[in-house]
Design a protein around this ligand. Structure first.
Ligand SMILES: [Zn+2]
Ligand SMILES: [Zn+2]
Length: 288
């Protein structure tokens, strides 16, 4: 067995010495998922509760009854669907070459695998999500997720149990193909949760990831999907925007963005004209 090469690997060895691989892969993954999900989602819930409007995408807010309903159902689904799925998927991961052993994978390997997982997840999610927007699947399954037309972070995982299974499949397809190290799996799960909470947060900040990564969807992109009629919403991708662009399912969203940009330009021109008028007025006053 490889010996630890640094403090992080020593800490990792302590973890694997005290818990079985199954315990770490199931209960460990569940605890990490819950921590990342609630720690990243609760601030947006509080922002909505305290009516913080700056940077909020929609004017509407959810009632406290709607917020509580979301939290209660989430806890039920997390324990009754997510946890059993994590336990049952362990043999599949093991079969695909999953490991907890030292040495830990390099950052280069982790980065490459996470990038691949994002691409695979986004592809599966896009097509699955389009299917969920067909009449019957929407009526009986996906409409649950769309109960929240004004999403607030924690609504990201509010869905019908069958959709939770589909989301789980899209998330673990990449790792199952590569047979990752548990550390990579935990990091993947964490960034994926952060990404979906951000997409549902209901706020578009100047520092939102979509401002820095041109093909990243983010909050504004997915918020549009929630507030439109299900047959016209488009924007089906989970992470990136290129699939919707390629298959023409972002036409409505692009039109809206164009109209908003044109309206903003008109306001700037009007403001400039108004300030030029007032400058002229100052000149007139001075000359008098
Ligand atoms: Zn949808
Ligand atoms: Zn959503």
């Amino acid at each position: 067995m490889a010996q630890p090469q640094n403090a992080f690997e020593s800490a990792w060895l302590m973890l694997t010495d005290n818990f079985t691989e199954f315990q770490l892969a199931s209960i460990g993954s569940f605890l990490i998922h819950e921590s990342v999900y609630f720690l990243s989602g609760i601030p947006f819930l509080l922002m909505e509760m305290y009516n913080i409007r700056k940077y909020k995408i929609q004017k509407k807010v959810n009632t406290s009854a709607a917020q509580q309903k979301c939290l209660k159902k989430l806890m039920f689904y997390h324990f009754c669907v997510n946890l059993p799925v994590m336990m049952l998927s362990y043999p599949v991961f093991k079969y695909m070459g999953f490991t907890t052993a030292l040495p830990l994978p390099s950052w280069k390997t982790i980065g490459g695998q996470l990038f691949l997982y994002f691409i695979i997840e986004d592809f599966i999610f896009y097509w699955g999500h389009r299917l969920l927007h067909t009449k019957l699947l929407y009526k009986y399954i996906h409409s649950v997720h769309h109960e929240y037309a004004t999403p607030f972070g924690l609504t990201s995982e509010y869905a019908h149990p069958l959709e939770i299974l589909f989301l789980g499949f899209a998330t673990i397809a990449g790792p199952a193909l590569t047979g990752p190290h548990l550390l990579t799996l935990w990091l993947w799960m964490s960034v994926r949760v952060l990404e979906t909470v951000e997409a549902h947060c209901g706020y578009e900040f100047p520092w939102s990831p979509s401002k820095f990564f041109p093909i990243y969807g983010g909050a504004d992109f997915h918020d549009y999907h929630h507030r439109c009629l299900y047959t016209k919403s488009g924007n089906y991708s989970s992470t990136f925007t290129y699939m919707d662009h390629l298959f023409g399912t972002d036409v409505g969203y692009r039109k809206l963005k164009k109209a908003q940009a044109e309206a903003a330009t008109k306001i700037v021109v009007k403001d400039n004209e108004a300030s030029t008028d007032s400058d002229d007025a100052v000149e007139v006053v001075k000359s008098n």
